[in-house]
Write a protein that binds this ligand. Sequence first.
Ligand code: AGV
Ligand code: CA
Length: 313
Amino acid sequence: MTKKPILFDHDGSVDDFLSLVLLLTMPNTHLLGVSITPADCYAENALETTKKILYMANRTHTEVSVGRFHGVNAFPPAWRAKPKILNALPELIGVEVGADPYQCKDSKDLLSVKIRASEAPVTILMTGPCSNLVQALQADESLVSNISQVIWMGGAFEVDGNVATYNHNGTAEWNVFWDPLAAQELLNYELDLLFVPLNATNDVPVSLHFLKQLAKHSDHKWAHLAGQFWATTLDTIPAYEYTYFMWDVLATSYLQIPDAFEVKTREITIDAIGPSAGRTYYQEGSGKWAKVATKVNKEVFYDYLIQAFTSLS
Ligand code: AGV
Ligand code: CA
C-alpha cells in the first residue's frame, strides 16, 4: 500500500509538538515536511523542539521550515515561550540540533515545493494559523489540484471563542484570530477543507485522569515524553482560561480515527475585521462550503492516544 503524503504546518505550542509525535506513529502516512508558523511560539525555540523530536525518532531527513510572516494579532508572550521549558526537559536538553530559522526555507516555499513535487495529492494538516498555506496558494493557485484535503484545527461555530483581549467580543478562536484575513481568503479556494473547531475540542481537555492512565506506560519513551509535555500545560494562564485542551492532537487524530468524528458539511463565513475578527459561523445561502467536525467519541479518542504513544519505539 502506498503511504498517504502529509505536510504538517504547526505553531509550536505543546499540543502542536505532540501532534508531530502522533504523526510519526502513523504507519500509513509519509511526512513530507514540517512548516512552522511563528504564532503561538517563538520561531527559534519551536524549530529547536521540532528538530529534537525528529532526531529522537530518527527522522532528521524530514525538512523543516520557518514562516517569516507575523499575523496581525500576536499571541501572548507567556504562551509563546513554552517550548523553552520543553527544550530543557531531561530527554531533550542534551539533543544537539542546529536551530537557526534563517538557515531554513520560508514555510510558504516549503509548502509549495513539496505540494508540487508530490506524486500523489497531499493532505495538509494545520495546527496553527493558515497564513503559510494561503500565501503559497496566492503565489500559485494551481497547487490546489495536488491537495487532497486540508485539516485545520481552528474556529468556533456557534460556541464561545477562546480569544480574550482588548477590542474583541470573544467570538473567535485563536488560530483564526492571529491572521483573520488569511482565514477568510482560505475559503475562496476549491479545497476539501475540514475544520476541527472548539465545538469538538471542548469535549477533550488534558485531564489528570488521562495523564494518570498514560503514566502507567512510562516505560515507553514517547508515552513518557508526552506525559512530561502535557504536565507543563496544567498551569494554563487563569486570565484566559483554566483548561488546556487536546486541540491539535484531536485534529491530528482525525487522520487515523475519522469514524470517531461527527462531521457536518455547511456553508460558512469568517469575519476578517472588527470586534468579531476571526469569528467563524454558518451562513446558509451565501457562505463557502466546508466540513466542520462538531463532535468526537471521547473514549475512542483517549484510547487511541494511549495506544499510539505506546506504539513507537
Ligand atoms: O486555540 C487553540 C490553539 C491550538 O492550536 N492554540 C493552542 C493550540 O495549539 C491557541 C491557544 C488557545 N488557548 C491557549 C492557546 C492557551 N491557554 N495556551 C496556549 N495556547
Ligand atoms: Ca497550535
